[in-house]
Design a protein around this ligand. Structure first.
Ligand code: ADP
Length: 493
């Protein structure tokens, strides 16, 4: 326990739906509770939207797209507006981050110092693109003038998970608005609060009514209604692979565009010639950052046999300094898992590991931070895990590391790629040739060399294989939110 002052929990007003610039109750009148996973107390309630509310939100978004001031706004004015939204997020980073931590259980250090600055940056980055993504003139044969227009896709339905609530939303909302779309956001039922506060800031920035709507509610009701709605043109989703499959199937009914950022079981490969201290530090960050509730988490640590014992002892030693703590304490680096259900799921995987051939090096159970409350799990490391063990195959989404051995580079690549996922991967080596060789051979949307978990607004992020498709962030995301029109003009005399 540290002596750092932990701020008192602020009182949070009940949340309503944000539709067409107004705060409204769900048509059904229902509400859902949102819980602080660190204390197990109810933080507040928010409106429980369903199909009827989604319909209202989509109608508002459609009207704003076609008739409102948004439809006539110049790209330059959209640019200014997005920049202002980014500025307001930066100015309110403490408040938004506090809501995120209370709702999600992530350390306040992460939410205020990493997530919120990233959200602000995302809006300011895409502000710049509003005026810089345009059509082309094409030298077609014949006496014709041919050019392209880049038009918005239309009404975008954004459905996001609870692990980086506002950040994942911003990766969709910022490029969507920059390109002139309108949005209906469905935050995760576990973490609706930051999105609601964010919507108010957008209004304060001057975003016209209906351009961004927020419908809180459950996935199979509110989320599914958004996916099925005929007036929604595109779904941008971040969540589990199993949910991604449902969304793709449901979106087929109206042939919506879909982009999916799904699960992972990312390999973190340490070759014998690596800087083992750096690799050990990286391995810890890879799995325990964000409580391991990170789609790109380095949950499989592959170690070359000759340095196995040395590396694992370094990893184990470092893991001892990471203990769960009160997420509101600025010194905490490992918070509470998001919910009781998530904790139960993680603990059930830990049980599978304990009953298998794998050796439990540390952790292995629920943790108590001295309050007897909260969904805390000890940082857990299994060694000697066989590649076909469930804990080496399935996404656990918690602070659980599976360490595996390999004999040479080819063996490492083969084992690392032996998964249905392909979100991220890392390789640690001092040999520049090996580094680039392995980076090319790994089937993953992001590969880190001698680092882990680095992300930036400018660089694309997304999955290979069942980790999804479509690239968020960077210029690549602009493709997801525009469609191209070819215009022909007869110039014959
Ligand atoms: P988790 O199980 O970890 O909460 P999900 O993939 O279920 O992850 O959740 C991600 C988001 O998808 C949440 O906002 C959730 O409400 C939503 N969701 C869940 N099921 C569906 C569904 N059938 N259709 C649309 N959205 C859904």
């Amino acid at each position: 326990m540290t002596t750092t002052q932990v701020p008192a929990q602020p009182k949070i007003a009940p949340g309503k739906l944000f539709i067409d610039g107004k705060w409204v109750e769900a048509i059904s009148g229902k509400r859902l509770e949102t819980i602080n996973p660190a204390s197990e107390e109810v933080l507040t309630t928010v409106a429980e939207g369903d199909e009827a509310d989604v319909d209202q939100a989509v109608k508002a978004a459609r009207k704003a797209l076609e008739d409102g001031p948004w439809s006539k706004m110049s790209a330059r004015d959209r640019q200014k507006l997005l920049w202002k939204i980014g500025q307001l997020v930066a100015d309110h980073a403490q408040e938004l981050g506090t809501l995120e931590t209370l709702d999600n259980g992530k350390p306040i250090f992460e939410s205020t110092r990493i997530d919120m600055p990233f959200v602000a940056e995302c809006f300011q980055y895409y502000a710049g693109w509003a005026t810089k993504w345009h059509g082309e003139t094409i030298p077609v044969p014949g006496n014709y003038f041919n050019y392209t227009l880049r038009e918005p896709v239309g009404v975008v339905g954004a459905i996001v998970a609870w692990n980086f609530p506002l950040l994942l939303a911003s990766w969709k909302i910022a490029p969507a608005l920059a390109m002139g779309n309108t949005v209906v956001l469905k935050p995760a039922e576990q973490t609706p609060l930051s999105a609601l506060r964010f919507a108010a800031l957008c209004q304060e920035a001057g975003l016209p009514d209906g351009v961004l709507n927020v419908v809180t509610g459950f996935g199979p009701t509110a989320g599914a209604a958004l996916v099925r709605h005929p007036e929604v043109d595109k779904i941008a989703f971040t969540g589990e692979t199993a949910t991604g499959r449902i969304i793709m199937r449901e979106a087929a009914g109206t042939l919506k565009r879909v982009s999916l950022e799904l699960g992972g079981k990312s390999p973190n490969i340490v070759l014998a010639d690596a800087d083992l201290d750096a690799a050990a530090r990286g391995a810890i960050n890879a799995i325990f950052y964000g409580k391991g509730e990170v789609c790109a988490a380095g949950s499989r640590l592959f170690v070359e046999r000759s340095v196995h014992d040395q590396l694992l002892s370094k990893v184990l030693e470092r893991s001892q300094s990471i203990q769960p703590g009160d997420p509101m304490n600025p010194k905490t680096r490992l918070g509470a898992l998001v919910s009781k259900e998530q904790m139960a799921k993680v603990l059930s995987y830990i049980d599978i590991g304990k009953r298998s051939e794998a050796k439990l090096l540390t952790g292995g159970g629920r943790a108590d931070i001295g309050t007897g409350k909260g969904f805390f799990v000890q940082p857990t490391i299994f060694d000697g895990v066989s590649p076909d063990n469930k804990i080496a195959q399935e996404e656990i989404f918690g602070p659980v590391l599976a360490a595996l051995e390999f004999t040479d580079v080819e063996d490492a690549i083969k084992k690392a790629n032996a998964t249905v996922y392909g979100l991220a991967a890392a390789v640690w080596t001092r040999d520049v040739k090996k580094a680039h060789y392995v980076a090319r051979r790994l089937k993953a949307g992001t590969v880190w060399v001698n680092m882990y978990n680095m992300m930036s607004t400018e660089s694309p992020f997304g999955g290979y294989r069942q980790s999804g498709f479509g690239r968020e962030l960077g210029a690549h995301a602009l493709e997801l939110y525009t469609q191209v029109k070819s215009v022909w003009v007869d110039l014959s005399p």
